[in-house]
Design a protein around this ligand. Structure first.
Ligand SMILES: Nc1nc2c(ncn2[C@@H]2O[C@H](COP(=O)(O)OP(=O)(O)OP(=O)(O)O)[C@@H](O)[C@H]2O)c(=O)[nH]1
Ligand code: SF4
Ligand SMILES: [Mg+2]
Length: 395
């Protein structure tokens, strides 16, 4: 039976001096008694790993470590193990007892942490409000928590999710544009949410602003007129559903791609996704298809995942019996061997690290995997055109 690969799940490592409150924090985050807590220094001797579902991220490993500053004869061995955990970490939580904040020296005490880390002052209930104010003034970026205060633990979990999300590359990372102008083609049809844009559309607009690119946002109907008047276009990005139409209008062959292709490249293992396209024509008959959606509430995607993609795949393989298995929510099946193909949603709510871990799991189980956007591009015969802009990366 295939099991999840622990080292590929994001590792969040709690480190700090003995008695800093690391084990207590793990217990408070998981609401379980995972680690022994005591006022005796050096209670945790070996690293303890706990799988945890972090809201907005999915599975992570919370890793409790032996504290630094242990004076027993085992201190060196423990130190080595804790350092090894930090080396494997995707995020380090550096826990400091708030009662000692004034003697904490960030430069010296954190010199061993080369990873992305969060500074967390624990046992905040044990210092006076006055001291707490001074601490917050000196370390405005730090989190102040107490196991006695549930809201502070929730804030810590949120900050962890944010940090893991920030490890996601940008949609435009590595793309070379001949001109600093981006055309966003956003159809406002019955599937478009009322009064707002969807996440990848907003993200691309924001990235364009950060990069000082000029953005032109329009619907398909306005595109032809715009293109007759403007020649110097860096990239056109369209909703995949309108790709064919946009491609036909784009007679001057300006670089063109879709939001979902950008997302597949941003978050997944794009080479594996592309490679997996070849497996579609070779699917066994009958074939078991895992449709994976990371949120259980999104009606638009439900339509794409539950109706459009199954119909299109059946059209590509008219003589096949296709059994679709729908898996919704944050978790991912531990065993993938029963499936012949995995089609994952765009993962806009998941950090890249989580989708990459899932892709690795599929790869190890030798199950082809791609995402909705790439499948839709394949079914509409537009993959080649939509990835031409990354031709240096995926020749
Ligand atoms: N008042 C208060 N006490 C806390 C808090 N967190 C931890 N403690 C206490 O601090 C002591 C040390 O806590 P642990 O969680 O065992 O600390 P640790 O960092 O895991 O210690 P080692 O495993 O020895 O490195 C225990 O007596 C806890 O009850 C807190 O938020 N508030
Ligand atoms: S693409 Fe996935 S993560 Fe994003 S809204 Fe749809 S179901 Fe949720
Ligand atoms: Mg401990």
């Amino acid at each position: 039976m295939q099991t999840a690969i622990p080292s590929l799940v994001p590792n969040v490592v709690l480190t700090g001096l003995v008695n800093a409150g690391k084990s207590s924090l793990i217990n408070a985050m998981t609401r379980e008694s995972i680690s022994i807590v005591s006022e005796q220094a050096g209670t945790t001797s070996d690293p303890i790993k706990k799988r945890f579902e972090l809201l907005g991220v999915g599975a992570i490993n919370l890793i409790d470590t032996a504290g630094f500053g242990d004076t027993t004869h085992l201190s060196h061995a423990r130190y080595q193990k804790s350092i090894a955990c930090i080396q494997e970490a995707h995020l380090v939580l550096h826990i400091i007892d708030a009662q000692t904040w004034h003697i904490f020296d960030q430069k010296k005490d954190l010199s061993y942490v080369t990873k992305k880390s969060l500074l967390v002052f624990s046992k905040i209930d044990l210092i006076s409000p006055d001291e707490e104010m001074k601490l917050r003034e000196q370390y405005p970026q730090a989190l102040c928590v107490s196991v006695e205060n549930e809201a502070s633990i929730e804030a810590l979990l949120k900050a962890m999710a944010n940090q893991l999300h920030q490890q996601t590359p940008l949609l435009l990372d590595g793309i070379k544009l001949a001109y600093p102008l981006l055309v966003h083609v956003i159809p406002i049809d019955s599937e478009a949410p009322k009064g707002r844009l969807i996440l990848p559309q907003m993200q691309l607009l924001r990235e364009a602003l950060d990069l000082h690119l000029t953005s032109v946002v329009l619907q398909v109907e306005e595109l032809a007129t715009y293109l007759t008047k403007h020649q110097e276009i860096g990239l056109i990005v369209t909703d995949s559903q309108a790709f064919k139409e946009v491609s036909a209008i784009n007679t001057k062959r300006h670089p063109l791609t879709s939001y979902s292709i950008l997302q597949a490249r941003q978050k997944g293992d794009f080479s594996y996704f592309l490679q997996s396209l070849e497996a579609i024509a070779k699917l066994p008959n009958p074939a078991e298809i895992l449709m994976m959606e990371s949120c259980s509430h999104n009606v638009n995607h439900e339509d794409i995942g539950r109706i459009k993609i199954p119909k299109l795949l059946q059209k590509l393989l008219p003589h096949h019996t296709l059994n679709f298995h729908f898996f919704m929510g944050q978790s991912f099946p531990q065993s993938l061997e029963t499936y012949d193909l995995i089609i994952h949603c765009g993962s806009c709510m998941l950090p890249a690290i989580t989708l990459q871990q899932r892709t690795k799991q599929a790869q190890l189980a030798k199950i082809p995997m791609l995402n909705y956007g790439l499948f839709l591009a394949h079914a509409n015969h537009i993959v080649e055109e939509a990835i031409a802009v990354f031709s240096e990366e995926y020749p």
